[in-house]
Design a protein around this ligand. Structure first.
Ligand SMILES: Cc1cc2nc3c(=O)[nH]c(=O)nc-3n(C[C@H](O)[C@H](O)[C@H](O)COP(=O)(O)OP(=O)(O)OC[C@H]3O[C@@H](n4cnc5c(N)ncnc54)[C@H](O)[C@@H]3O)c2cc1C
Length: 509
């Protein structure tokens, strides 16, 4: 098959630049048609060239790029259509859906849903792409109510590395349909279209916020702040069962001073909770916050500064209308660690153990600089109540978890040799945080899109006992194993040189 002209041109350009492009792809296809993707993938897979797929490039572990690769950019697959009467494959029923091109971000989907008086379960940050978020599970502001983004997929169109175009759903290519609902960004094929279930738009959103920290740097104040932090964490499951969602950020040291902001660094944790609930009243939220504040005051014996934002109600759209700000994360070099945590890890353990784990996980490489731990209150009853027949390759712990926890802590020196900088951060996380999760949450998993892709237990953390089945599906649809992503299914067969980005088959030099 002839190589498309556009691909030939980019080959020539990038070959000339190849000494300077570092970990970036060698060839880029700015695809506008499925046939171009099919032709380019077939061309690359016949030549032993690694293929990577890029939508927005948001991925924290750099899985949308790769040295010496052919990059398929799906950005132009930007179509969105609403259909209130779409027939569900394998069923006589119809559904209210959004039909989205594989290069859309969630903000565009929210706008399309709102125009039809509906809502969609996508990412909290509207610049996140549907492609990478949904194929890896996906949580957001509505997931604790309705389930994961991947639970809402009825059908997708996938182009394989052999150049085949597959429609995947409950009737056709079921194995691929299962694989791309949770374990699948960038490893099974290019998703060019997704049919996503929409939900009724909530009537309103009630918001509130709560911040607390030690009043001075004495030891009793610091202990009081840790006790209050453990108290609020232990209440997450009950709060969420009562309809509360949101994000709770906890910072220590200079980090707290900078981000809250505070006039001086505080002793112990400074907690900032932004919480919401839908289809509810201000009175109901006020009652919940009052109860929370009372319990925090009880355990901390009045030693904390506590600030509460009076709850207020607004329409769902006024609350959630997308603001396409550029992301603060862009261009930064970071590694971080994460886990999905359920009642067992939040509420049902001894309070002194919870207190101990929270202190341990918030350790920082540079203690004065401090650290941050984020809890997204975005699992809970939504993912748990999804009927089992709709579960797929997503991490098994989503069905038990209430929160997604993410923690930072080590500095990655962006000007140093990449392999040295990364290896030093990876070792730090392994020793200081992965080790804590393994004690605190030995049965829990991690969310592929928001955890440490370098963790030594990545296979278990991300895929659990679904891994072998996933590998068989990968080998069936990508027999040349051309699609490769870091900690993706099948990636263990390749040795990845952190310095150059070169891949060579494990066991061969
Ligand atoms: C600022 C920020 C906020 C975030 N907020 C949330 C959040 O609220 N909820 C949440 O769940 N996650 C969130 N994330 C994590 C996000 O889900 C991941 O970064 C995800 O990988 C982004 O997918 P993408 O398609 O935008 O990015 P990309 O980097 O382009 O792609 C990510 C992965 O998916 C693959 N991929 C992308 N598109 C396709 C496609 N069409 N077909 C096949 N493979 C594809 C890529 O190959 C790559 O492996 C956030 C990330 C950032 C940076």
């Amino acid at each position: 098959m002839a190589i498309p002209q556009r691909l030939e041109r980019s080959q020539q350009v990038y070959r000339r630049m190849s000494n300077t492009i570092g970990g970036l792809p060698q060839y880029v296809v700015n695809a506008t048609k499925e046939e171009q993707i099919a032709t380019a993938m077939e061309w690359a897979s016949k030549r032993n060239i690694r293929i990577v797929i890029k939508s927005t490039g948001h991925d924290f572990n750099g899985r949308a790029t790769g040295a010496y690769s052919l990059s398929i950019w799906v950005h132009n697959f930007w179509n969105i259509e609403h259909n209130s009467d779409w027939r569900i494959p394998g069923s006589k029923d119809t559904a209210n859906v959004l039909i989205c091109g594989g290069g859309n971000n969630w903000g565009s989907a929210y706008i399309a849903a709102n125009e039809a008086n509906r809502s969609a379960v996508g990412a909290e940050d509207v610049t996140v792409g549907i492609g990478g978020q949904l194929t890896n599970g996906g949580h957001g502001t509505l997931s604790s109510y309705h389930g994961l983004s991947s639970d809402h997929l009825y059908q997708a169109t996938v182009i394989t590395t052999e150049g085949r175009r597959l429609v995947v759903n409950d009737e056709q290519n079921q194995d691929m349909f299962w694989a791309i609902r949770g374990a699948g960004g960038g490893v099974f094929g290019v998703v060019t279209e997704l049919v996503i279930k929409s939900n009724p738009r909530p009537e309103n959103a009630v918001s509130s916020a709560l911040t607390f920290y030690a009043r001075d740097s004495s030891r009793p104040m610091e202990d009081a702040a840790w006790a209050a932090f453990a108290e609020i964490v232990s209440q997450f499951p009950d709060l969420m069962d009562a309809g509360v969602t949101g994000t709770v950020d906890t910072m220590t040291g200079q980090m707290a001073k900078k981000y809250l902001p505070l006039p001086h660094a505080v002793a112990g944790p400074a907690v900032s909770a932004k919480i919401f609930a839908f289809n509810t009243t201000v009175e109901s939220m006020r009652h919940k916050i009052r109860k929370l504040v009372n319990s925090i005051e009880d355990v901390s014996k009045g030693n904390l500064s506590i600030l509460v934002t009076e709850p207020y109600s607004e329409s769902f759209w006024s609350w959630g209308r997308p603001e396409f700000r550029s992301s603060n994360f862009a261009g930064s070099s970071r590694v971080f660690s994460g886990r999905l945590l359920g009642r067992a890890e939040l509420s049902d353990l001894r309070r002194e153990d919870l207190d101990k784990y929270l202190r341990q996980i918030l350790v920082a490489e540079h203690p004065d600089g401090g650290n941050m731990l984020r809890f997204d209150l975005q699992a809970g009853s939504g993912p748990a109540k999804v009927p089992k027949r709709r579960w797929a390759s997503e991490n098994w712990y989503w069905r038990k978890a209430y929160v997604l926890a993410m923690v930072w802590g080590a500095h990655v020196n962006a000007t140093e040799d990449p392999s040295n900088a990364l290896n030093s951060a990876i070792d730090w996380y392994e020793e200081n945080q992965e080790a804590v999760w393994r004690k605190w949450a030995p049965d829990a998993g991690a969310y592929l899109n928001a955890a440490n892709g370098f963790s030594r237990s990545w296979k278990h953390d991300f895929y659990g006992n679904k891994y072998d089945k996933l590998l068989k599906i990968k080998e069936k649809y990508d027999p040349t194993e051309s699609l490769w992503s870091h900690s993706g299914v099948g990636s263990e067969k390749w040795k990845y040189d952190l310095h150059s980005g070169l891949l060579c088959q494990a066991g061969k030099s």
